[in-house]
Write a new protein. Structure first.
Length: 109
């Protein structure tokens, strides 16, 4: 397997790719959808919402947290998760930038 050569891309491009990769699974989208409807959430609550085993949900939460899309705080024996608004702002800014570029073009394929 070849290397991705991430050093050839900007920090911003690598950061956005990491966010996009984390969003590349429907379970992670479902987790974000759920977290967007609650103030804070304990992992067990998320497991009840998804048709997945607890270890699988934990792995998806880990991926989202590593990408910076969610934050987690330890409260006793549980971890409460919430969406990190900063990461979402980066995605929104990027999508707006792409949309603006497209709207300025005269033709499309």
């Amino acid at each position: 397997m070849g290397t991705t050569k991430t050093e050839h891309f900007t920090e911003k491009q690598n950061e956005l790719a990491l966010l996009a990769k984390a969003l590349g699974h429907p379970a992670r989208i479902a987790i974000l959808d759920y977290l967007s409807t609650v103030d804070t959430c304990i992992c067990g609550d998320i497991v009840k919402e998804l048709p997945l085993a607890q270890p699988t949900v934990s792995q998806h939460l880990k991926e989202l947290k590593n990408a910076g899309l969610i934050k987690g705080t330890i409260e006793g024996n549980s971890i409460c998760y919430c969406i990190d608004e900063t990461a979402l702002q980066h995605l929104n800014t990027y999508i707006a930038h792409i949309s603006e570029g497209i709207s300025k073009r005269k033709t499309c394929c």
